[in-house]
Design a protein. Sequence first.
Length: 313
Amino acid sequence: MDSDRGLLTYTGGWLDRAGGRRADAKWLDELVSSPGSTVLPFWRDQCLVSGDPPVPVTLPAVQGDGVVFLGLDADGHGVFATDLSGMEAEQAAELAGADRAVDVRMIVGTLSPADAATAGYGRGLLHWHRNQRFCGACGAATESAWGGHHRVCGNEACGRLHFPKIEPAVIMTVRTGREPERILLARHRGSSAGRYSALAGFVEVGESLEDAVRREVAEETGVQVSEVSYAASQAWPFPAGLMIGFRATAITEDITVDGEELLEARWFTRHELARYAADNPLGRPDSIDRHLLRAWLGDGGNLQPDAAGSTTT
Ligand SMILES: [Zn+2]
C-alpha cells in the first residue's frame, strides 16, 4: 500500500526497477557508463563504507561483468551494485576508496530509508549470484543476464533460467479473542536473557501463508489459532528472506513450549507489554516485529512510522 511506503526498513520502492528494460543489453551498457550513474560495491554481503557515521561509498559507473542493475533513481540515473568478494577485504576497500566493510544491519540506523532499502536490495541480489554460479539441473556454470535479474545455464542442451531465490517467512502477533485482549510472545534460545519477541517461521512447501501461521504457532506454543489476517510485509535480504506479517486470533490459550528452540512463551496484556517495553527493546529496531508490536500497543491501529525509543502508554 502506498501509505506504507518507507515505514518499514529495507522497503519503500525507492528505485524504479525498470523491469521492462532489463533485457535491453545496449540500454544497460549505455546507462552503466553514463554520467550520474553509480555502482554500490559490496564485499561478501557487506557494504563498503567510509567515515563516521559510516556512509556507503559509491563508484563511478563502469562497465564490468560483475555489475548488476538495481534501478533508476529519482533523477533517472542508473543505480548498480557490484561484488568485490573475490578480493581480500583490504584490497576491496582500497579499490572502492572505503575504510572498511560492515554489514548493512550494523549501520542501518544512520542510513536514510532509501539508502537502507537500496543497500539491502544490492546485498540480497549479489548474495544470490554468488550462490547460483552453477545450474541446479545439470551442474554447468551459469551466466548473469537481464541486468543480473536472471542467470542462464551455459549448457545449451539445458539452458535453464534461474531466478533470484526468495525465502518467505511468516511473522505474527497472536492475540486472544476475548477481553482483555492479550498477545502471545516468546523467548527464543539464543536471544538475550528475558527478551520476548513475536513468533515467526519459514513457509514450507505446499503451504499457504495462513497455513504456515497456524502451523508455526501450534508447533512452537501449542496454541491453536483461527482467523489469520495480513498486516504488512518487509524485504529481509539476510540473506534471502521476505517477512510477511500477520495478525492471528487464538482459540486456545494453554501454552506448551519445546524448551529447545523456544525457552518460554507467555501472554501479555497491553499494560504488561507497555511496562516491558519501558525497560527493554520491543523487537529488533529494523524489523517488522517491532512495528507489529507497536501497532498492537497503539490499540491495534495502523502501522506507525518507527521512532527512536520505546513505546510508552
Ligand atoms: Zn543446466
